[in-house]
Design a protein around this ligand. Structure first.
Ligand code: AQP
Length: 343
């Protein structure tokens, strides 16, 4: 089957399940901006609130976090004129196609997802059905736009493979070439930013320890303090990347530096090889503050006018639905629904 007819289109999202972290910023947001600015793609970015409620969210906090996340996107450089910026629940075709994909995906596929195993843990009986079906809704988020490229962090690789499986099975079952086989875009030094307290755990919004992460809303002193206290080993930095192999915490800090400075790991080590953490950590803190302070200041300014954020999201939803409604309508026609929906 030919996949060449799909125009280059990028989709990606972030959950408003807490404040943005440096992991979300370097692994996702910063790269969203880069892809927007190449001009090679149509770019669609999303606050995935329907995914957030797969675990309990306080309603007022969810509303606040969704608007703050929108502010984070804009403050980081997403231009709502150049990109389509949306909140998932305002574009109903995501959930509608999600249901169709629940009927395409197999239980066994979902049960093998490591995120499901990690988040449900030993308490799978008590986890929500939504948490189990999460990757099927994620496939719908992407494919309801016929998106061809999805920039994500390393942790989302398996879900992206499942998106490809769902598209392939749908195309095969109905004998069509309707959904593209999406390419994950996982590149750069910071596709997996780790906890500052434990180099084997990913930095995460929902980690109970605030010291484990840098929040995009942290002030300069807090950022510097968290970096100063970050777990490290007693060795000096090596002068080549190989020397970081069994040093997860050191590797993490070097990766963060490289991603923020737009340098390769080798370039960072050429500059800082031989330095002790007592020297490297303040350099990293200065870089992080210089990079993040303008973003958090702009986020705070945008959050002073939430009505404007709501207007941007309403306009984004309108633009998104011009794409999603016809794709859902064609999907319904393919699967044999009698009265295809109108936009
Ligand atoms: N630590 C990370 N390093 C690199 N990329 C990361 N991403 C998340 N954490 C890191 C990337 O950010 C995007 C959005 O992620 P998400 O909010 O949808 O969910 P998540 O991956 O589950 O992020 P969190 O912070 O860990 O949220 P919670 O704690 O609510 O589960 C994705 O592209 C992800 O790869």
């Amino acid at each position: 089957m030919s996949q060449t007819r799909f125009a280059p289109r990028v989709f990606s999202g972030i959950q408003p399940s807490g404040g943005l972290t440096l992991g979300n910023y370097l692994g996702a947001l910063k790269r969203f901006v880069d892809m927007q600015d190449t001009g090679d793609f149509e770019t669609i970015y999303c606050m995935v609130d329907l995914h957030a409620i797969t675990v309990w969210q306080d309603p007022e906090k969810l509303r606040h976090n969704t608007r703050e996340l929108a502010a984070g996107f804009i403050a980081s450089g997403i231009d709502p004129e150049k990109s389509v910026l949306i909140n998932q629940s305002q574009v109903p075709e995501h959930a509608q196609l999600g249901w169709v994909f629940n009927c395409v995906a197999r239980m066994g596929w979902m049960g093998r997802m490591t995120q499901w195993k990690d988040k449900a843990g030993k308490n799978a009986e008590k986890a929500s059905l939504g948490l189990f079906a999460y990757p099927s809704l994620m496939a719908a988020d992407i494919l309801v736009y016929h998106a061809t490229h999805v920039p994500v962090g390393e942790d989302q690789k398996q879900h992206l493979e499942l998106t490809r499986d769902i598209a392939t099975k749908f195309n095969h079952d109905y004998g069509v070439d309707f959904f593209p086989i999406t390419e994950p875009v996982i590149e750069g030094a910071a596709t997996r930013v780790m906890s500052l307290r434990d180099g084997s755990k990913k930095m995460s919004k929902s980690d109970p320890s605030d010291a484990s992460r840098i929040n995009m809303t942290d002030d300069a002193d807090t950022i510097a303090k968290k970096i100063r206290k970050a777990k490290t080993d007693p060795e000096a930095l090596p002068s080549e990347a190989d020397g970081l192999k069994d040093r997860p915490e050191a590797r993490n800090l070097v990766n963060i530096y490289a991603a923020m400075a737009n340098m390769s790991v080798d370039q960072v080590l050429a500059e800082h090889g031989g330095a002790q953490f007592g020297t490297f950590k303040p350099a990293l803190a200065d870089l992080a503050v210089a990079h993040l302070a303008p973003i958090s200041t702009e986020m705070a300014r945008l959050m002073d006018d939430t009505a404007e954020i709501d207007r941007i999201l309403a306009r984004g939803a309108e633009r998104a639905r011009a794409i999603t409604a016809p794709i859902l309508k064609q999907t319904y026609e393919i699967i044999g629904m009698v009265a295809p929906v109108e936009a």
